[in-house]
Design a protein around this ligand. Structure first.
Ligand code: SF4
Ligand code: SF4
Length: 117
């Protein structure tokens, strides 16, 4: 991040390299919860999320990152979901959001061998 005396900062350029990223987790979710494909990343789920009111958690952000194969933040935060189901009620695309989270956790467990999930 560069700052200057004009009071604003310039972000470093950033490139998403889909070839280098690991899309295995996203592919697993696509296979087991096909409604994941319907997400348009509108953010309605994040706006109503119970967990998001108490901690850093956004299902919209997780959906975006998982589809890119950028799994670090989802791996850190996905257990913050309480499976309350409010997000399903507001999703305009009918995404089975709890199913997405359930299968993402399952993918981290099965593909990465991470028993924490
Ligand atoms: S509300 Fe539904 S369509 Fe919108 S970001 Fe959440 S899962 Fe995706
Ligand atoms: S099920 Fe999880 S992601 Fe959905 S509103 Fe509840 S805590 Fe948030």
């Amino acid at each position: 991040m560069k700052s200057n005396k004009f009071g604003f900062t310039l972000s470093e350029p950033r490139v998403i390299d889909y070839e280098a990223n690991n899309r295995q987790i996203a592919e697993y979710i696509f296979d087991h919860e096909p409604t994941f494909r319907l997400c348009i990343e509108c953010g309605a789920c994040a706006a109503t999320c119970t967990a998001g009111q108490f901690m850093t958690f956004s299902l919209r952000e997780l959906n975006v990152l998982l589809k890119r194969g950028e799994n670090d933040i989802p791996r850190q935060r996905i257990k913050n979901c309480m499976f309350c189901g409010k997000c399903i009620l507001v999703c305009p695309r009918g995404v089975n959001t709890r199913g997405v989270i359930f299968h993402a956790r399952e993918a981290f467990r099965k593909i990465e061998g991470n028993e924490r999930f």
